[in-house]
Design a protein around this ligand. Sequence first.
Ligand code: SF4
Length: 466
Amino acid sequence: MSNHHGKEFLGFGTCTPQEIIPSFLVRSLFYPKVKTKNGIVKFAPYGLRKIEAILNDHFDVLTVHPFDIEEYLDGAKVVGISVMDPLGYGPVSVTFASLVNGTPTTRIEFLDLIRRIRKYDCKIIVGGAGSWQLELENFNVDCIVVGEAESVALDIFRRAVSGERLPKKIVVKSPNVDEIPTIKNASINGLVEISRGCGRGCRFCSTTGLKRQDIPLNKILEEVKVNLKNGTNGVILHSEDVLMYGSRLTPNEEKVVTLFRKVRELTKNIGISHCSFASVAANPELVEKVTEIIASDFVGVQTGMETGSSRLIAKYMQAKPYPFKPEDWKEVVVQAFEIMEENNWIPAVTLVMGLPGENEEDLAETLDLLDRVRRFRSLIVPLFFIPMETSALRNEKFFRFEEMKILHYEILRKCAEHNLRHLDSIIKDYMQGFRGIIVRNSYIALKKWFERRFREIDWKEVKRIA
Ligand code: SF4
């Protein structure tokens, strides 16, 4: 529960294994404790705020930081925890941890939290995007809620408070949009959801099972106001593809522009969470219009390249390039990079390594695509394929470090080179106006350390062993 120094993307750092950076440094660089007032957190994860909004009218609810929780457990009946990556099975954690043979920090913190709560006589309910991970280890909590919990939260907590035995696991279907409450207190970095689900249906992705729905504009604006009133310095509009607000698979310019204009009337600090390369390439004018409204020199955004192989795109992500075709994927990506560069959008891009059935030609296509986007300012993060329970590929096998082939190492090397090429300029712009000199210098030092370690690697030897 951290605002990551007001820089959402630094949140990725929480997956860093403590074997490579000491725990105190991971904590202070990537997840300093969020501010509190009389013990109550000022900002909390967005999903937790949704559940809090539902429970508040019915129970005495306190939203507190995990580090402080023992102060509130005497007499507490139920602890609800919202998790992203509790046991470190998320793609970023698995990849980082496998490469250095370490333990993800998120796992260490979660196990410690549960150990401390267990000393008290209260029920534990775990929900959130990463709750499916607890099943992999048959983890002992009172109830795991998988899916969007709005329609069941009140009932589960009522039963828990009245001492009823809860089902070990509840899988929930998407609520209707009118069942989704408006948050009552500020979220981390002013995150405001503008739509849920994706609609492109990539088979490896955890959002595939969610119903695609847009949040009505009036509710979005209400949440923007809640955040600003409660101390956030702006908002981040969140969706799997912000350019797809109000539509499916091809952007609706009018709806997106209206949304951004209305939010801009309330705050001049607007960030965006995700977009798709396909939407960018399909409507470059929309990207320009949004950029004009946001009026920021640096728009950080997450997006997925996944692979350069049109074969894998057609097999697992048929609708990802829409309105373009799977065979156009590489062109779509390169065009989108160009458009983003022209508009100062800096993408943090993910790749998936080890999709089931991936072959050498697929990897060679990805390497070719990496060469073609080499010059664009961006970060590219290769991740191992994870068969997440909430995805359509849940029955496939995890991709393991031991299965890495020479071309996987080549992808790793290319991505690292790409990132090192652009990192100085990205850090400089991303951290502009950032007051924590020590923290900023620590990032620079960390980057230098990483660069030195990277240069020391004997890639010929690595490939020989692979
Ligand atoms: S486009 Fe992105 S968010 Fe949508 S289904 Fe594919 S991977 Fe998931």
